[in-house]
Design a binder for this molecule. Structure first.
Ligand SMILES: [Zn+2]
Ligand SMILES: [Zn+2]
Length: 382
């Protein structure tokens, strides 16, 4: 009895394209992968290069009206992708059903769930990977060597670690704000023993604008996003094309448009309080009331490139990420509990001071304004 071999899987059917994002090499039929160095598709077998078709980049930069989107109740365009949900960290990541290793790229735990088709919002644009996996390894090596905690041998071990190239879903929000406030301004009078604070009632309005406040569309890397991997060169956004994703994984969003906007408003309101304090002036300020109106609110939905890996230190696994565009590195640090407490405090203070990094605030032309936490409690009363 003769056996007919099964037909080769066709990569040309639309179904295969949508599901697997397969791009067969025109030379040899092997898989093409997006090559960050060449900024083109490269064949995994014969090294043939195929350009990514250049699309109009205006679509990537287009701002969509937030209020009308929410009011219309219309859903954004979605596509189904085969995905795994990590029960440990909550990440939802694109996975092919034929992949053997099912380690969550975010938390490194084994995922036992089955691959299922999940609806995901089609992003309008993305920042393609510019950093190659080889560079990511070098950056990790340098980063580990620069850490005081790194024991001998850790960098050799780290060379074996596998990097995952992940596109992380991200919302960007713009808004104009106008804030009417009332409060008190404190000025010191006199000197030495006679130094007294004198309070005056004040009121006023500050206006400003926010451009591209970034909110991660998932919880898996949001902290790293806000504080450590920024800034992102959003001017270089490319219009979304699946070619850029060939060889990489996309994370699915778990945060919707409105949830993301609420998150961005928390950031905006904190900034606005700084503006109000600067507007009040004087040595101390008390904000009694602040009423903010938001207008011209717009959004974009984009993907940002992150290399993620884990390394082992004294039996524990730690995550390390690299900004796939700029090469900026962020690693989890295995501090002792006591050191962790100190580290958290330092982290908080630096966040207050450099918090503006993720948002380009074009708002009122006010000199950057720092808290003086050593003063009396008045400062935090509001
Ligand atoms: Zn080829
Ligand atoms: Zn996980």
């Amino acid at each position: 009895m003769s056996q007919t071999p099964p037909p080769p899987p066709s990569a040309d059917t639309p179904q295969a394209k949508a599901d697997k994002r397969a791009f067969p090499c025109p030379n040899c039929g092997a898989d093409l992968r997006f090559d960050p160095g060449a900024e083109a598709l490269k064949c995994t077998h014969c090294e043939a290069e195929v350009d990514v078709p250049h699309l109009d980049d205006e679509a990537a930069q287009e701002e969509h009206d937030l209020r009308s989107q929410i009011a219309s109740g219309a859903t954004l365009e979605t596509v189904e992708t085969p995905s795994l949900n990590c029960t440990t960290c909550g990440a939802s990541v694109e996975f092919d059903s034929d992949e053997h290793s099912r380690l969550c790229p975010f938390c490194d735990s084994a995922i036992v769930a089955d691959v299922t088709m999940q609806r995901n919002i089609v992003p309008q644009g993305l920042l393609p990977f510019k950093i190659q996996v080889k560079e990511a390894h070098e950056l990790m090596h340098t980063w580990l060597l620069s850490r005081w905690f790194a024991p001998d041998g850790i960098t050799e071990d780290s060379a074996k670690e596998n990097f995952n190239g992940i596109y992380v879903p991200t919302w960007t929000y713009d808004a104009y704000t106008s804030t009417a406030y009332t409060g008190k301004r404190g000025d010191y009078r006199g000197s030495g023993k006679n130094r007294r604070i004198h309070w005056t009632r004040v009121s006023g309005t500050v206006s400003g604008s926010f451009d591209d406040v970034l909110v991660s569309g998932s919880q898996s890397v949001s902290v790293e996003f806000k504080d450590a991997l920024a800034p992102w060169p959003l001017r270089d956004l490319e219009t979304y094309q699946t070619e850029f994703l060939a060889g990489f994984r996309a994370e699915n969003h778990t945060f919707g448009l409105e949830e993301g906007y609420n998150e961005s408003q928390v950031f905006m309101r904190a900034k606005i309080r700084d503006w109000v304090r600067a507007d009040i002036g004087g040595s101390k300020q008390i904000i009694s009331s602040a009423d903010t109106g938001f207008s011209k609110e717009t959004f974009k939905h984009i993907l940002l490139p992150v290399w993620i890996t884990h390394y082992t230190l004294e039996g524990e696994r730690y995550r390390m990420s690299v900004n796939g565009q700029t090469g900026k590195v962020y690693g989890q640090r295995p501090f002792s509990k006591k050191k962790l407490a100190v580290g958290a405090l330092v982290g908080f203070i630096s966040m207050v001071v450099v918090g503006g990094l993720i948002s380009v605030s074009t708002g009122p032309n006010i000199t950057p304004y720092l808290y003086q936490a050593s003063d009396e409690g008045d400062w935090f009363k509001d």
